[in-house]
Design a protein around this ligand. Structure first.
Ligand SMILES: [Zn+2]
Ligand SMILES: [Zn+2]
Length: 320
């Protein structure tokens, strides 16, 4: 079973996205690229080189539902007619664009983000939404942890690896311990644990960073020899990356804890200090990053958290 990477351009800061073709029965595409003319053309070129037509695709599997990964899913499915789109059910919050407005507004308000700022984040995400078609819940098949995607000559084991998003999935070929990991593993940057409602209880926040650490440890348990990420080159030395990620996360936690004054602070204020001058999309990612680290530090008993005036206020433990 051959995994063929195809790199597609995106209009996003992150740069090109990797999608993966498995040119074997049933012909499967893992991720699709954003809904742009450039990505569509590059995908067709990549398929052509592998002697595959869009109409041959039987399965479209999504590592997660960010626009750079899922944007073309619906138009490809419509063109390929008999094909099926598969995604984890916990991606529901992402299915129709990232800021499901009411749930996210509540989370951002609690994180101390001012209303005007929430409004401008919303506008920005409406701009991003045009890079993906939305799906109805009944148009998807479900990816389930530990089940297999079978091929005529082998299988990929589905691993639910939440963190970057609640429904992020990776795929393991056990024969040679190759993993396709989407944005769970990126060679050059630590993936952002994106602020998301908890898929089980949307009034709560998803414990993205804590879940992410568990997912990384789970991937490590398979001792992968090769990991294909959603962006950038493949990772040959997962152990080195794992240790680097863990160090980076711990260092950032120390930095975040240091930014909390005795009088207390919100995640928004911490984000402003961590990333001064962050613009548009990065202001949302900055809040995500701050919330993720504060939540993890709180769950580890390193800082205190209380609700005041509808906002979550973090304080150093020593102040109590
Ligand atoms: Zn992503
Ligand atoms: Zn991505």
């Amino acid at each position: 079973m051959k995994i063929i990477p195809i790199s597609l351009p995106t209009p996003f800061y992150i740069g090109p996205v990797n999608v993966y073709l498995i040119a074997e029965d049933p012909i499967t595409l893992i991720d699709t690229g954003p809904k742009t003319k450039e990505a569509n053309e590059a995908l067709r070129e990549g398929l052509r080189k592998a002697r595959i037509r869009v109409s041959d695709i039987r399965r479209i599997v999504l590592t997660h539902a960010h626009e750079d990964h899922c944007g073309l899913a619906r138009s490809l499915r419509d063109e390929a007619k008999d094909s099926q789109v598969l995604v984890h059910s916990w991606e529901s919050g992402h299915r129709v664009g990232r800021l499901e407005y009411e749930e996210h507004r509540a989370l951002l308000t609690r994180a101390g983000v001012p209303p005007g700022e929430i409004q401008s984040m919303r506008k920005m995400y409406e701009g991003v939404r045009k890079y993906a078609d939305s799906f109805e819940a009944d148009e998807y098949g479900e990816l389930r942890d530990e089940e297999e995607l079978e091929f005529s000559n082998g299988a990929l084991r589905i691993l639910h690896t939440p963190g970057h998003t609640p429904g992020s999935c990776s795929f393991l070929r056990e024969a040679d311990r190759t993993v396709i990991a989407g944005d769970c593993v990126l060679k050059r940057i630590t993936p952002n644990p994106v602020l998301s409602p908890d898929p089980v209880d949307p009034s709560k926040r998803f414990a993205s960073l804590a879940e992410y650490l568990v997912s990384l440890a789970r991937l490590r348990s398979f001792a992968p020899t090769l990991v294909h990420g959603g962006h950038g080159e493949p990772v040959h030395d997962f152990e080195e990356l794992f240790n680097r990620y863990f160090r980076a996360i711990r260092e950032r936690q120390t930095e975040v804890i240091r930014l909390i004054p005795k009088t207390g602070t919100t995640a928004w204020e911490v984000a402003q200090q961590m990333f001064p001058g962050a613009d548009d999309v990065h202001r949302f990612l900055a809040v995500s990053e701050a919330v993720a680290h504060l939540d993890l530090a709180h769950s580890e008993g390193k800082i205190a958290l209380e609700l005041g005036d509808g906002k979550e206020i973090y304080r150093p433990i020593s102040a109590h």
